[in-house]
Design a protein around this ligand. Structure first.
Ligand SMILES: Nc1ncnc2c1ncn2[C@@H]1O[C@H](COP(=O)(O)OP(=O)(O)OP(=O)(O)O)[C@@H](O)[C@H]1O
Ligand SMILES: [Mg+2]
Length: 160
C-alpha cells in the first residue's frame, strides 16, 4: 500500500508535487520513479530539479548519458536504468558510490536494478489516467523514506 497518493490534473499540479518533494529531500536520499513510457518520470524530475536549482536547467531522459548531474543547492543525480541489462551494468557505471554519496538520487526504471538499490528509498509509481492526468503512488521502504512521506504530506497540505 502506498503511504501517499497524489493526483495531478495538469503539469502545473505535477510541478506542485515536485516543489513539495524538493522541500522534503535531503542529501543522500534516493527516490525511484516507476511507470510506463511517457508516464511522467522525467517530467517530475524536472519539477524537482528546477525547484532546487537557482537557474532553470534542461532536464531530459538521461537515456544515453545514463547518469546526469544537475547543479542545485544539493547535487542531484538523475539516472535511467531503462537500457541496462542488469544490476552489474548499473554498478559498473559507479552508481554505488553515487547512491552512497551526498547527492539526491532520482532513478527512472529503478525496478530493473532493484537489487542495487539501498533498502531505504522513496518509491514513486506513476500512472497516466488521461492526457494530462497522472496518479502518483508514493511509498516508503524504511525509516528515512517514512520521514520523507510524513513531511511531504505536511508540505502538500500546507501548500493547498
Ligand atoms: N500532469 C502531467 N504530469 C507529467 N507529465 C505530463 C502531465 N500531463 C502531460 N504530461 C506529459 O506526459 C509526458 C511525460 O513524459 P516523460 O518523459 O516525463 O515520461 P517518462 O515516464 O520519463 O518516460 P520514459 O520512460 O520514456 O523516460 C510529457 O510529454 C509531459 O508533457
Ligand atoms: Mg524518462
Amino acid at each position: 500500500m502506498p503511504d501517499l497518493r497524489f493526483i495531478a490534473h495538469s503539469e502545473d499540479e505535477t510541478d506542485r508535487l515536485g516543489q513539495a518533494l524538493a522541500v522534503c529531500l535531503r542529501p543522500g536520499d534516493v527516490v525511484t520513479l516507476n511507470g510506463d513510457l511517457g508516464a511522467g518520470k522525467t517530467r517530475l524530475v524536472r519539477s524537482i530539479v528546477n525547484a532546487l536549482a537557482d537557474e532553470e536547467q534542461p532536464v531530459n531522459s538521461p537515456t544515453f548519458v545514463l547518469i546526469q548531474q544537475y547543479d542545485a543547492n544539493v547535487p542531484i543525480y538523475h539516472m535511467d536504468a531503462y537500457r541496462l541489462a542488469n544490476e552489474d551494468e548499473f554498478l559498473a557505471m559507479g552508481a554505488d558510490e553515487i547512491l552512497e554519496g551526498d547527492g539526491i538520487c532520482l532513478i527512472e526504471w529503478a525496478d530493473r536494478i532493484a537489487d542495487a538499490l539501498p533498502s531505504d528509498h522513496l518509491r514513486i509509481d506513476i500512472e497516466a489516467g488521461g492526457p494530462t492526468m497522472r496518479r502518483f503512488a508514493i511509498a516508503a521502504t524504511g525509516e528515512r523514506s517514512t520521514a520523507i512521506t510524513q513531511s511531504l504530506e505536511r508540505e502538500l497540505s500546507a501548500a493547498q
